[in-house]
Design a binder for this molecule. Structure first.
Ligand code: AMP
Length: 112
């Protein structure tokens, strides 16, 4: 989708600080990090959110989990929080599914 920011990053049209790249999933650093490690795990295929992805392709969601673990193993000792904001009221601003991998320190818990 040409109007989708993360599709454009996947296609290389917009630069990103990529930390994992594979055939089906990429991971890149969030431009406005909320933790010492803040990496976005993004499937190359466009799905609007995690619920739609789970319906359409559970295997791809599992691949995202593998990449999240890969990032966390490399950057925060394998311990991490994985967040999917789903819907505008939940804080989703980019409507191409992405899991936020947060870690690298003691994380607080203030979701609202
Ligand atoms: P969400 O609000 O859950 O949809 O998350 C979208 C995330 O994308 C936010 O944490 C933004 O900081 C991040 N973001 C927006 N534009 C970029 C970009 N060009 N490169 C990396 N991260 C971005």
């Amino acid at each position: 989708m040409t109007d989708c920011l993360f599709c454009r990053i996947v296609d290389g049209e917009i630069p990103a600080d990529i930390v994992v790249e594979s055939d089906d999933v990429i991971a890149f650093r969030d431009i406005a990090p909320k933790a010492p490690v803040h990496v976005l795990v993004v499937p190359r295929a466009h799905h609007a959110n995690v619920a739609e992805l789970a319906d359409a392709s559970p295997a791809l969601l599992a691949r995202m989990a593998q990449v999240a673990r890969e990032v966390a193993d490399a950057e925060c000792g394998g311990e991490f929080r994985w967040i999917f904001n789903t819907g505008a009221s939940a804080g989703q601003s980019v409507f191409h599914v992405h899991g936020h991998v947060l870690g690298g320190g003691e994380l607080g818990w203030e979701p609202a």
